[in-house]
Design a protein around this ligand. Structure first.
Ligand code: FES
Length: 161
C-alpha cells in the first residue's frame, strides 16, 4: 500500500490559506497576501496553496500568469527608479542610466539579486533632474557618484534595521 503525504512546503502560505478558510474562491486574495508577506510567489508557496485549496497547480499558474502584479522571482534587495521623462532627459538621465547599468551590472528594466533598475516617467522633481527614487525617497541632481553613495546608504540603513 502506498501512502501519499501532503508535505507542507510553505508554512506561511499554509497559514494564509487557513485564514481564508481554505476557500478556492479566495485564491486571488490569498496570492496577494502571500506575495506581500514573502515578496514573491515561490514554487513551494504555489504548491502549498494548490494543496490547501484542493485545486490544481495548473489553475493557480493560470491565475498567476494572467495578473501582472504577481511576481514569481525574488525581488532585488534594492529598487532604483530613474526618471526618463523629458526634463530629466534634458539634463542627462540617459548617461546616468548607462553608468548605473555598468556600475550595478544590470540593464534598465531588469534585476539581479541586489538591484533592480526601473524606469519611471516623472517623479515630480523636474527642476532638479536627473531624479531618482529609492525606498520612496526622492533625490535630485543625481550623478553616478551620488547614486553610488545614496544606494550604499540605503543598503546600510536596511542592514541596521
Ligand atoms: S521629468 Fe524627471 S522628475 Fe519630472
Amino acid at each position: 500500500m502506498v501512502t501519499l503525504l501532503n508535505k507542507v512546503e510553505d508554512e506561511y502560505a499554509k497559514s494564509v490559506c487557513l485564514d481564508f478558510g481554505n476557500k478556492p474562491d479566495a485564491l486571488i486574495e490569498i496570492l496577494h497576501v502571500v506575495q506581500n508577506g514573502s515578496g514573491f510567489l515561490s514554487d513551494g508557496a504555489l504548491r502549498t496553496i494548490a494543496d490547501s485549496l484542493n485545486i490544481t497547480r495548473a489553475e493557480i499558474h493560470g491565475v498567476v500568469s494572467f495578473y501582472h502584479d504577481f511576481k514569481r522571482e525574488a525581488p532585488a534587495k534594492q529598487v532604483i527608479k530613474i526618471c526618463r521623462a523629458e526634463a530629466c532627459q534634458a539634463v542627462g538621465c540617459d548617461d546616468l542610466i548607462s553608468n548605473a547599468e555598468t556600475m550595478f551590472g544590470v540593464k534598465l528594466g531588469k534585476h539581479n539579486d541586489d538591484v533592480e533598475l526601473k524606469e519611471v516617467f516623472c517623479l515630480g522633481n523636474c527642476a532638479l533632474g536627473p531624479a531618482i527614487m529609492i525606498d520612496d525617497e526622492l533625490y535630485g541632481r543625481v550623478t553616478i557618484k551620488r547614486l553610488e553613495k545614496i544606494s550604499a546608504a540605503h543598503i546600510a540603513a536596511k542592514a541596521g534595521e
